[in-house]
Design a protein around this ligand. Sequence first.
Ligand SMILES: *Cc1c(COP(=O)(O)O)cnc(C)c1O
Length: 358
Amino acid sequence: MADNILTRLRPELASLNAYKVAPSDGYIKLDAMENPYQWSEQLNQQWLKYLSHAAINRYPDPDPESLKLSLQQQFGPQDEDIQFLLGNGSDELIQLLVLAIARPGASVLTVSPSFSMYQMISEMLGVSCQSVALDNQYQIDLEAMLTAIETHDPSLIFLAYPNNPTGNLWSRADIETIIQASQGIVVIDEAYGPFASDSFVDDLSHHAHVLLLRTASKLGLAGLRFGWLAGHVSLISELNKLRLPYNINLLTQLTMQFALDHYSVLAEQAATLCQDRARLTDALAAMSEVEVYPSEANFLLFKVNNMNVDDVFNKLLAANILIKNVSKQAGLAGCLRVTVGSKDENQAFVSALAEALT
Ligand SMILES: *Cc1c(COP(=O)(O)O)cnc(C)c1O
């Protein structure tokens, strides 16, 4: 057996870390933007019945047109030049996008702080990823962004709208300026679209280099692993060549179709979460040691003043509440991120935080 087998791996692997997920068993889990609500017993029974007809001995539909049509009917845009590409979670589509542009000299551009997978996937694939720091209100520094576009001519720009982990929408005019300035692909990642007051869905028809990325995960189906990319047919059909055959399994296809057929359930849950987000924002704003940032997503970013943020995080953990400690990320000193949960979970979090701050 070769004992130096690791030397056969690409050298960049040595400096990467596997994606870590905090153990959550037994905790009130408010760390990963999951929807706290399960389906009713009745809907569950209907779903299981729907799945019971699945021909699991067969390969799934390689390119499920009717599911794509249902997605387009639900989320738009109603434009026949816009096509959909389906992924095993939107992470798979981020990987596919970086794969598509990965050639010597190509680069990715994003902002910081933002979703870590843009950077991680670029690193994995040996593509350089630049990130431009957001300003102190977590808005895009447009001038720095335009300079970066001019300097690096990125093949791919990722903009999460709303942004994770800051929760805010950026100035629409800034994004439009970036779209105009870019010679490469601009991906607007609307993972939190169901909770936001604005979307770029209607802009797709005007720009063949803009793609919209969405996911079912934050909507209430994180266990499913399903995301989609929408964009002009000319670009989507090229990207589709990189997709592995049968990347969306049969159970996922059927479940997503079922969820779209009962979309009002998910839409009501999202509306409830938005109302509870407002309540949770008020509760945090009332705490003098806490600065809470405006959010258009199903989570809140807040900053702890005059106290050690790790201590606060650990006290919450000791009270059985798991949130996300983002304070080590650039631009987020003192910050924690909490997912909006059920009313009881939010209440437990608020009480435990008040206790931790005393
Ligand atoms: C959670 C998240 C995703 C990943 O979603 P999956 O579909 O679960 O892979 C993508 N983008 C952003 C900004 C996210 O926060």
